[in-house]
Every structure is written in C-alpha cells, then in structure tokens.
Design a protein around this ligand. Sequence first.
Ligand SMILES: Cc1cc2nc3c(=O)[nH]c(=O)nc-3n(C[C@H](O)[C@H](O)[C@H](O)COP(=O)(O)OP(=O)(O)OC[C@H]3O[C@@H](n4cnc5c(N)ncnc54)[C@H](O)[C@@H]3O)c2cc1C
Length: 387
Amino acid sequence: MDAQWDVAVIGAGPGGLAAAHAAAAAGARTIVLERAEHPRYKTCGGGLIGTSLAAASARISVPARDRVAAVTFTVRGRRAFTRRSAGQPMLTMVRRDDFDLAWCRAVVAAGAEVRQHAQVRALDQDVDTASVTLADGEVITARYVIGADGSAGISSRHVGVTFDQQDLGLEVELAATEADRAAYQGRVLLDWGPVPGSYGWVFPKDDELTVGVIMEKGRGAETKKYLADLLDQLGLADRRVLRDSGHLTRCRRPDAPLRRGRVLLVGDAAGLLEPWTREGISYALRSGGWAGEVAARADDPTQLSEYDQQVERHLAPEMAAGRRLLRVFARHPRLIHAAMASPMGWRSFELYCRGDLTMANVVRRPSIRAAVNLLGGRPAETQPQPG
Ligand SMILES: Cc1cc2nc3c(=O)[nH]c(=O)nc-3n(C[C@H](O)[C@H](O)[C@H](O)COP(=O)(O)OP(=O)(O)OC[C@H]3O[C@@H](n4cnc5c(N)ncnc54)[C@H](O)[C@@H]3O)c2cc1C
C-alpha cells in the first residue's frame, strides 16, 4: 500500500517545524502532527543565540521581545559584574508561543499540513512505510517519520536513544514592573548555582521576565529552593507569577542512535542539546532542517545516513566541547565566573552567543584548551576510566 504522505513529523516545536519546512520546500508531501494548539506555552528561556537567529531569520520574521547586548554574572546572587557587547546584540529574546506560531505559519505557507490536537499514541514501521496512530485511533502512513516530540516523547523510545545527562529546568514568567523593564531591558542575568553544573537566568521579554534555573535531575527540592532563593536575592520574589512550570532536558550519549529504519529523530527527541548551557533551539532548528531535506529526497532508508553525517560533522563536536566545559564549570564555578570578567573569556562567550564562534572552536583556542585540560575538562577519550 502506498504511504499517504512522504514525510510525517511528530511535534510542532522548532525541530519538527524546521524539518517540515525543509521537507515541504523540497517538494515532499508533508504533515505535522501536534498534540497542542499554537500558540502554546513551552517551558523555555526563549534565548536565541546567533546560530538560532540565523537559522530562523532565513524562514520567518523573528518575533523578538528584546535584543540583548549586556550580561550580568553572579554567583548565587552575589559578586555581580556586568559586561557589555561592543557590537551587535548577542542574544535575541522570544516567547516560545510567538516563535513557534511564526514557524507554524511559515510551514503552512511552504505547503505542509499542520494538524493540531493530534496526539500521537503509537509509532510503527514495516519494510515499506512508517505509521503513526493518533489518540482517536486514526492511522497515518508516511514513507518517513521525523520524531520531534521533545525530551519526553514516544519517538525517542521507539528509536532507542540513550542519554548521558538529564537535567530539570524550572521557570517562572513574571509580570515585569516598570522598574524591572528599565533594569533588564537589553540585559540578561546569569547566576552560577549551588549544585555543581547548575545555573540560573533572568531573561527580559518586554512586559515579562523569565526567571529559571537548571540542575541535574533527581534534586527536585534543591532545584525549587534554588529558584526561590534566586528570586529572593534579586528582589523579584513578590512579582505576579504568570506561569510556573518545569521541563526535563536530556543530552544523548555520543553513540546513541539518531534513527531506526524509516524514523529519524531531531532536536530534544534525539537528545541534541548543548550540555553546558542546555541551549537547544539551534540544535533543533539545524537537525530539523537536515532531517527534512534528507527525508524529502531519500529513495530508500539507507540514504537517511546522510542525516547522521550532518549531525556528526556539526553537532557532535559542539556537544563534546560543551561536555568538557560543563565538567570544568561543575568543578570550578568561581573560575568560570572570573574567566567571564577577563577580556578573553568574555570575548569568547560573546562570540559564541553571537554565533561567530562555535563551542568546539572556543575550546580549541590554545590558552582556553590548556586551561580546560588542566581544570578537569580533558576530552572524554583521554579521561581516566573507572576501575
Ligand atoms: C527550562 C528550560 C529553558 C530553556 N531555555 C532555552 C533557551 O533559552 N534557549 C535555547 O536555545 N534552548 C532552551 N531550552 C531548550 C529548548 O527549549 C529545547 O531544546 C527546544 O524546545 C527543543 O525543540 P524541539 O522542537 O526538539 O522540542 P519541543 O520544543 O519540546 O517541541 C516538541 C513538540 O512536540 C509536541 N508533542 C510531544 N509529544 C507529542 C505527541 N505524542 N504527539 C504530538 N505532538 C507531541 C509538543 O506539544 C511540542 O509542541 C530550554 C529548556 C528548558 C527545559
């Protein structure tokens, strides 16, 4: 039996929508299945680094709530200093409901069908087709399925992705007062947290402030306390809370599969996320774009290996570098704090945020490489093995 669609995408976040846009633009009959209805809230800082902005600007008019050219760094709410970017803004702030809606419209304009309130319950495949079963029992068949259903979705289980890092992010959206707007306009705050590898942020969104923290999974009470303490220390504890939510992030093991048969995974579903900052939108947009292009032109599943090659070439070195920096940060947060005050540390961070320097190239800079190695961030293959 012929498949109804060339490409079926599960999930209409940045990963799924970038995939659908690429597939539809390449002429594939494409459907997106999304359980929610856009615009919908998603727990996310909505901070676009330059790489995300470049990928998005090529397809949509980015609904920016603010553009950031200054960063205040603190350690557990204290030792504050602020650095300013000399040139272009480093980060663009979006609300995910606006951002994902803009993508959704672009995907429809590119010729794909986006079906909302369509929760996928099961995923299956045989030699010729893949099929997804919706909550109402309808079965949709496609030549290829792109799993973009996020960090807790069914598609990563279907493919058998394994993860080596799991974190819990907690966030509140606060109604910003006039004073908050003046204080945070064009500026973010990054706080190095109480548990190794944890950090917090304040991201300005015009009339709202997003305040969040992230910490390794399994420390729910400490994560909550960190967020409460951060709000207290910043004098934001009495603001009206518009949203209060949490979400897991997961980073794939370097050897985890990215696809199985006719099913490819992108974005959070594949565990593609920068391990130190837990920045994931650029990973979702890039992996989605490659998966959509490859699926649209593949005559048979063997040709999907091109997708793995793109991820290996561009994202795997970034994730490896992020893991190394996370190890250093977890052991020596105060040194990272001091490094951000140094001209070279700040410059590298600024260039990375702008998308002008990759994380892999940051750790390749001779003096940074030497410091990272010395401070416990040697590449994984040169780490002493247990036992
Ligand atoms: C607290 C926190 C803050 C973050 N801040 C940032 C940040 O500032 N910048 C950044 O770059 N990254 C950030 N990230 C990471 C970023 O949010 C993710 O990496 C990004 O959303 C991944 O996009 P995605 O399309 O893969 O998945 P998602 O955005 O999670 O989209 C998945 C979609 O699939 C849908 N779905 C799920 N299951 C089904 C189903 N069964 N059937 C149909 N649809 C389904 C969902 O409704 C959703 O729309 C943050 C993450 C967290 C947790």
